[in-house]
Structure formats: C-alpha cells, structure tokens
Design a protein around this ligand. Structure first.
Ligand code: CA
Length: 233
C-alpha cells in the first residue's frame, strides 16, 4: 500500500484495545485508540481516519450516538462491535449506516480481515463508476449489464436499487421489505428471498453475481474484489 491506512479503535476495555492495536499494527495499519465515546466525533472530524472500529457500549456517549454523529459528515467505513449477537438485528433496524457488525468475543485475526474488507470495499466504491458492469436507469426503470438490457419486475428493480445504492452494506430482510413496498403490507422473509433468488438468476444469466447472502442477517451488494487494499484517497 502507498501509505498505511489509519484505523481508529474506540474501545473502553484496555486489554481489548491493546490487543486490537497490536494485531492491526502488525498488519500494517496505523492505529489510534480512544477509550470514550464523547469527543470521538470531533476526533474523527479532525483526524479523518480511514476506518473506525466502534464499540457499542462506551462511557461518555455510546457507539450508536458516535456512529450517527460521524455519518452526519463522513462516509468512513464503520465496524460496530457489540457484546451481544441479538443486538445486531436491533442495530440494523436503526439504520445507523454502519458498514459491518462484529460480535464479542472475536478473534483479532477475524477483526483484521473484516477491517481489510471494508477498506477494500470503500476503495472500490470510491473508484470511478464509468465502467460499472451494472447500470440502473431510474427514469426509464431499466437496467443494463455491461451494456446489455435486463428486464426486471418493479420489485426486482427496487431490490437491486436498494442493494447497489450502498455497495458493501448489509441489509436485513425487514429493511429490504421497507424499500420494496410502500403500502406497509405484511411480507414474509421467504418472499424477499424468492425475489432475491429471481434477481440473482437474471443477473447470473448475464454473467454477474453481485448479491451475496449474509448468513443470519440478510443480503449485500458486493463490489469488485480486485481493488487494492488502500484507503479511498
Ligand atoms: Ca465497551
């Protein structure tokens, strides 16, 4: 990498913070540590890190408030760290705009891999979209895959628009239902799954498979995997 990506770790457990600093440091990242939530948003504004590992339960201000505060001015990748796996669903429902969710206890190796992945996605998302294989025409309700037209149902179009609008972000089925129907109808998770299945089949017919299932959570639109692991500058 041309320069080390700068990762901010906001974690109030000193041992855990030190462990993350050591592992991320050993992987070539520059690491800064904060042990409180209050002041974190200002710190991010001032130092503009390339990624943030953000604990949910923090003294001063919780990770949710920090995430919202940062999202008000920055698209920096944010990985929320929570002590309870059940909380991930609730966090997703809050639409915080975090990029990934990690549950404690975790292996530091896994955390490094996830940080690497969000940085890679951020770098590809920042790359020019001129050559994007999939182009949505909002006006005409049309989709083109590498220049070839793809006929979708309105539901499939909305599904693709929602997922591809924020590449790399995981959407729960509930969030997707909200984007697909505007009449608050009751739709089962299986219905979402079958629309996703049909959409993936149509895309696969044209050689694209950008939608990934995230086990136990929902779906995400993957961005190109061949981008260098560098911060988006
Ligand atoms: Ca904590």
């Amino acid at each position: 990498m041309t320069h080390a990506a700068h990762v901010l770790v906001v974690e109030d457990e000193p041992k855990l913070a030190a462990l993350l600093r050591d592992y991320l440091g050993a992987s070539g990242y520059r690491v800064s540590l904060l042990d409180r939530g209050d002041g974190a948003v200002d710190w991010v504004r001032e130092h503009a890190p390339d990624a943030i590992l953000l604990d949910v339960a923090l003294p001063g201000a919780d990770g949710l408030a920090v995430c919202r505060g940062v999202r008000a001015f920055s698209a920096v990748p944010i990985l929320m760290v929570t002590a309870r796996v059940e909380e991930i669903d609730r966090l997703l429902g809050l639409e915080l705009g975090a990029d990934d969710y990690i549950c404690k206890p975790f292996s530091p190796r896994e955390v490094v891999a996830r940080v690497k992945a969000v940085l890679r996605r951020a770098a590809s998302a920042a790359a020019p979209v001129r050559d994007a294989p999939i182009v949505l025409d909002e006006e005409r309700f049309e989709v083109r895959v590498r220049g070839r037209p793809l006929v979708l149902t309105p539901i499939e179009f909305r599904l693709l628009r929602k997922l591809s609008g924020q590449p790399g972000r995981v959407f729960s089925r509930t969030q997707l239902i909200g984007a697909l129907y505007d009449d608050h109808r009751v739709v089962s998770d299986r219905t979402v799954d079958s629309h996703v299945k049909n959409l993936r089949r149509k895309l696969a017919d044209l050689g694209e498979d950008p939608i990934a299932a995230v086990y136990g959570v929902g779906y995400r639109f993957e961005v190109a995997d061949d981008a260098p692991v560098e911060p988006p500058h």
